[in-house]
Structure formats: C-alpha cells, structure tokens
Design a protein around this ligand. Structure first.
Ligand code: AMP
Ligand code: MG
Length: 309
C-alpha cells in the first residue's frame, strides 16, 4: 500500500472509501488511527480483523465538532460541555450513553460510546468529507506499539487497508485520556494526552480513582499493551552497556536521551522504542521518569510495555 500525501484529491478518495465501508489509515494528533465508519458494523469488524484485536474491545469514535455528538451519544451531562469547550479538539475521550444506532461492534457490546474531536486537520477533514463519525483505534497490531509516523505503520496493516494518508509526526504521541462520564462520578479509565490535573481544574472537582483491573468496565485494558518487540525493563538508571531510553547523557549509540518534560517525553516514547526495535535490540532498558502527576500517562504506557507477554 502506497502512503499518500493528503492532497485534495486523496482526501476525496479517502472519504469515498470510508462511505463505502472501507478502512483508511489516518493521522491524528495522538497516534495514527485505523479509520472506518463508526456506524457500519462490517467495516468495524474488518478493523478488528486487521488489528488482530479482540472484538470486545471498544473503539473511540471521532467526530469533527461538538454538535456532531448527538449523532452518537444519547445524552451527556453538563461536564461534557465544559470539557469539550476546554479540550476539544484534543486528546480527551468522553464515555457517554450511546445512541441505539451505534452498533455493538463499535462499543464492544457496551451501552456507552467513547467520543472525541481529534486536533488534526486531516482527521477533521476526513470526518467532514465523509459525513461520518469515524471509529479509529490505533493503527497497530493488537498489543503492539502505536505508530506516530505514517512510515511506522506495520507492513501487516499496510497490506490490508485501502489507503494510508501521511500527516507527518503526531504531536502528542500517546493515546487520548479516556474519561468516563456515564456514571455519577467522572473517572479516568485510561490516562493519556490530557492530564488529570487539567481535567480536575476544568471541572473544579476531584476525579474518581480507577477501579482494580478485574472490575473495570472498560474492556481492552490488557496489562500488556503498547509494547515493542524487544523486552522492556524499567530501571532506576540504565546500564552503561545497555540499549534503552535514558534521562541522562547516553553512553553509547543504542541509548536515546529522553526529554525531562512529560509532554515532550510522551511525544517521543513510541518512536524511541520503535527505533531500538528496528535496530534489533533484544532488551530496552528504560530509566524511570519522575513520579509526579504530569507523568501519569507515560508511567501507564511504560508499565504496560514492560508487562510480560
Ligand atoms: P485505542 O482505540 O487503542 O486508543 O483504545 C481505545 C480504548 O478506549 C479502549 O481500549 C477502551 O479502554 C476505551 N473505550 C472505548 N470505548 C469505551 C467505552 N464505551 N467504555 C469504556 N471505555 C471505552
Ligand atoms: Mg491502541
């Protein structure tokens, strides 16, 4: 599959493919997504097949503006409006009661739907031109590293999709924060691009804690996820001889110095691990970042990446 620049013509073709039930790899500000119509159960089933992802794992639905929410959500609390005004377009996904026409395939059989407005001109353009809410899980194989550049999309995915649009590197580089607004107390189901502190500040209240893994109503929260092929080992300080991600000065060429800013770190995390994977290293040592709140999403991804297969 050829990777295309997002020309006017390519965007029109992509929109047509989506309307016809096809699958397109599209850029977003978080990671590249495997996009299809969120309202077409067959298209969604194909996305699961391409990813090799269990179908009980719900997908995020991408819309182009707040007013399109009524196409997929049955209702929403006042908090949804406050958060949308503050963070959309952007990496915050809201879980809300779903409209009946959103198929079970999209929501993994749940009666809620996860929705966001991506902050990426090409993704927004595809939603508008197709006239559809787009389901778009990350364009990686199940459990693997999410691609943050078009050329990082796995060959096994490229051969199965109708089109790949190149939108350059993803600026956020980790997936969106998933916030459950379907129950009385808002709660983060997955940390991500928008921090807990920023959400709490916008709502003027504390968010609920995450339930223990076996009680989570969000399926697909597998302990191993976002993982490179190489074994990931979290350490206080990486060995001089080791390959890995360090916060200090690298001692050889298989060490990548990561930024000490949480956002900048997140933006380079997947591409850094992928670089070492491509070089064929067997073990990636990762120096643990600070444990202050702004590092929550990075910690989450590192823990999942290092979880045994
Ligand atoms: P991904 O598409 O790879 O970014 O992952 C999407 C994640 O969003 C899923 O793994 C779920 O954890 C979460 N999610 C999507 N829809 C729902 C929902 N209706 N309820 C709870 N969590 C959801
Ligand atoms: Mg994913």
């Amino acid at each position: 599959m050829q990777i295309l620049q997002p020309t006017d013509e390519a965007l029109n073709r992509a929109a047509r493919i989506l309307k016809d039930g096809g699958v397109v790899v599209m850029p977003t500000e978080t990671v590249y997504g495997l996009a299809c119509s969120a309202l077409n159960p067959e298209a969604v089933r194909r996305v699961y097949e391409i990813k090799g992802r269990p179908s009980a794992n719900p997908l995020i639905v991408h819309i182009s503006e707040f007013t399109q929410l009524k196409a997929v959500a049955e209702s929403w609390p006042k908090e949804a409006e406050i958060l949308a005004k503050r963070f959309w377009p952007g990496p915050l996904t809201l879980v809300l009661p779903k409209k009946a026409k959103v198929p079970d395939e999209t929501t993994g059989g749940l009666d809620t739907v996860a929705v966001r407005v991506p902050d990426h001109a090409i993704a927004l353009e595809l939603i508008k031109r197709s006239g559809l809410p787009l389901a778009a899980p990350s364009a990686n194989l199940f459990m693997g590293l999410s691609p943050t550049r078009a050329k990082d999309v796995d060959e096994a995915i490229l051969v199965d999709v109708e089109m790949v649009l190149d939108g350059g590197p993803c600026l956020i580089g980790v997936e969106s924060t998933v916030l459950d607004l379907s129950e009385e107390h808002p709660r983060i189901l997955r940390p991500g691009g928008v921090s807990r502190a920023d959400i709490q500040a916008a709502l003027g209240r504390q968010l609920g804690e995450l339930p223990p893994p076996h009680l989570r109503k969000s399926p697909g929260m597998h302990p191993r996820h976002y993982a490179p092929r190489a074994k990931v080992v979290l350490v206080k300080r990486i060995d001089d001889e080791a390959a890995g991600l360090t916060l200090s000065t690298p001692t050889h060429e298989l060490q990548i110095q990561m930024p000490l800013d949480a956002r900048a770190y997140a933006a380079g995390l997947y591409s850094g691990m992928r670089r070492l994977d491509v070089l064929g290293v067997e073990e990636i040592q990762v120096q643990l970042p600070p444990s202050t709140p702004e590092w929550e999403a990075v910690w989450d991804r590192l823990q999942k990446a290092s979880h045994p297969a």
